[in-house]
Design a binder for this molecule. Structure first.
Ligand SMILES: *Cc1c(COP(=O)(O)O)cnc(C)c1O
Length: 405
């Protein structure tokens, strides 16, 4: 096998420089652990950014995907296929939505949701040019529509002109949303629990208030659950924890648990706005990824993943709070729900994340100052203990400004 340094040098010559990558070459995974090119083991509390809901290398998942691989991987959407039907039935049942469209990624799910909202408005009012309200500090993906509704200026400005008619309210400030509503507003889009923006959960009052505001004004509520959905909160979808229902939901990441797939789903009335010719995707929801999605839903039940999240998450919270108390000079706050939690530091956390890797722990930053914990949904209390032990070493490896000693 080529040496780690050689692989990194080759990568730096041919891959676009769109990521500040850590000098880690990953080779294989097993359960809660990934292994690098030199065979070093890492406890993974990032799950490939919330993707590996089942952990690595689940044998039943592998079997379902490889069986489909050897049978039929692709049909195009001009024909039916049993696996897509099964995946759609399980997705709509779990989300409480009526119809679903499968995409290849989270950003495509958001694009689809935005198109659906605009088409619904167009059908209802006979005019286009509708407006969308999004939130500050939100993240919705990297394609043009998704970038437009992402609440971080540096992600947007270099790519202007964007899709237009998007305004930003302050997350968890209902009055700021109300102030932006006009008769042309077609949708409010938000994450139920903001991920990339720093692990900011919606408050119950805010999300219920936005739901009511939307219903009263005939505005569609789009909840982006690409990261916080698929069991991460301890409910199949995070909005179920809050007791609200969106008109459109987006999903990806844990949905495929390794294969690239996303989805947007809607109520019958809203979904009816899209008719043949309005939207499509060559690969979207092909039999290979749908075999994975279908098996993921089965394994959620077989492995009692929601029960596991609900029984281990309070221990994760408690553990992170203890770490916060111990290091109260450098840690500001612990936030999050279920297996989607964060610790906010007074400084840039990339030094600690790096030191974690040196100590065999993978975590990720959310923004500059927050370390994000997104373990596979199979994580146990013992895994939380092991994480805490390794994180402690990583924290002690940096100075009071967060720089590696
Ligand atoms: C990751 C993410 C996306 C984008 O998903 P991709 O699969 O990377 O395109 C969209 N919304 C949220 C909330 C996300 O966390």
């Amino acid at each position: 096998m080529p040496e780690t340094k050689q692989i990194i040098d080759r990568a730096e010559k041919v891959l676009m420089h769109t990521y500040g990558r850590y000098p880690l070459v990953l080779e294989r995974g097993e359960g809660m652990y990934v292994y690098d090119n030199d065979g070093k083991q890492y406890l993974d509390f990032a799950s490939g950014i919330g993707v590996f809901a089942l952990g690595y290398n689940n044998p039943e998942y592998n079997k379902a995907v490889s069986e489909q691989l050897c049978k039929l991987t692709h049909t195009s959407n001009y024909y039916y296929c049993l696996k897509s039907v099964e995946a759609a039935e399980k997705f709509t049942k779990a989300s409480g939505m009526d119809r679903v469209f499968f995409t290849n990624s989270g950003t495509e799910a958001v694009e689809g949701a935005l198109k659906l909202a605009r088409k619904y408005y167009y059908n209802k009012h006979g005019v286009a040019d509708s407006e969308i309200i999004s939130m500050q500090h939100s993240f919705h993906g990297r394609s043009m529509g998704s970038v437009t509704v992402t609440g971080t200026e540096s992600y947007r400005i270099p790519f202007e002109p964007l899709i237009g008619n998007v305004k930003f309210a302050d997350f968890n400030d209902l009055e700021s949303v109300k102030a932006l509503v006009t008769e042309r507003t077609c949708a409010v889009i938000m994450e139920t629990l903001q991920g990339e923006g720093g692990i900011n959960p919606a408050t119950v009052d805010f999300i219920k208030g936005v739901r009511e505001l939307c219903t009263k004004n005939g505005i569609l509520l789009i909840l982006d659950e690409v990261q916080c959905g698929m069991g991460r909160s301890g409910a199949m979808f995070c909005y179920q924890k809050f007791g609200v229902k969106p008109d459109i939901v987006t999903s990806a990441k844990g949905l495929g648990s390794g294969v690239p797939v996303g989805a947007f789903a809607a109520t019958e009335e809203v979904a009816a706005a899209l008719v043949p010719g309005d939207h499509g995707s060559t690969y979207g929801g092909n039999p290979l990824v749908c075999a994975a999605v279908s098996k993921v839903f089965d394994l959620f039940e077989e492995l009692h993943l929601l029960d596991n999240v609900n029984s281990v998450a309070p221990y994760l919270t408690e553990t992170l709070l203890k770490i916060k108390e111990k290091h109260s000079d450098i840690i500001v706050e612990q936030r999050g729900i279920g297996f989607m939690q964060g610790l906010e530091f007074r400084f840039d956390v990339h030094g600690i994340v790096k030191a974690g890797m040196d100590n065999g722990l993978i975590t990720i930053a959310a923004g500059k100052n927050v370390i994000r914990f997104l373990p596979p949904l199979i994580a146990s209390k013992a895994d939380v203990d092991e994480m805490a032990e390794k994180l402690e070493k990583a924290i002690n490896a940096v100075d009071k400004e967060g720089n590696l000693k």
